[in-house]
Write a protein that binds this ligand. Sequence first.
Ligand code: ZN
Length: 272
Amino acid sequence: MTKNIKVFVPYCLFFLLSFSQASAQRRGATRTKATNTTNVKIDSAKWRVENYIVNRDSAFANPYYALQKLVGGNKRFQQSRSIYPRQDPALIERLSKGQSPFATIIGCSDSRVSSEILFDQGFGDLFIARTAGQVMAEATYATIEYAYLELGTKLVVVLGHSSCGAVSAAIKRPENPPGHIVTLINAIKPAALEIKNMPGDSLDNAVRRNVINQVKLLRGLESVLSRAYSNGDLLIVGAVYNLSSGKMEVLKETLEDLPKTRYNTADITGKY
Ligand SMILES: [Zn+2]
């Protein structure tokens, strides 16, 4: 019996090692490297700095840290150094008992703008609403309010992107668009008109203006969001994601003249 176990255990280990190596190869070289690095060096301060790691609890408690965490994750993604955090079965099981996402993302439905991937975040991190052109309606407002009031999420990011088809349609304003598409066009039209005489690329300008307008709308939305924003408890900012470079740019126009806040904001937003 003992002899059988002695033979059996090394055999199992060999099998498991072979299996995990084969799985790792299937996942691809970049991911394997990142996963191994994560396992080995997750506690190293140097590794954390090099990989723009922001503590998750700090990000949940302070929206400025939350923004820094998104910017850092996007840097890893852009540099092909994603660490694919928080995707293991044990965490998924734990999350079934509750969630505390550290940011709400209002993004475009475009298949090339997946927030968890471009911010290199995992399960339970981001609360997301997506429509074409990130056009919002009553249900979207309620979604953001729910995240803030019930889940305690203190950062809202309105995320536009380059070459957005919905914004492009709002610039061109086709006659008699089919179905409900006119809803999107009407919502983005003010931004398209505002940038008409601006120098530069009209689509890029309209994408940015649309995000800025949407941020303004949320900041003034009675009663939950306007109060939470003006008393400095909820941070609402805008960003644009570049489809070609993979870079997310936080729009500086939405970081100016922010209300007084109780959070520590020193050396946070511009760090990465
Ligand atoms: Zn889009």
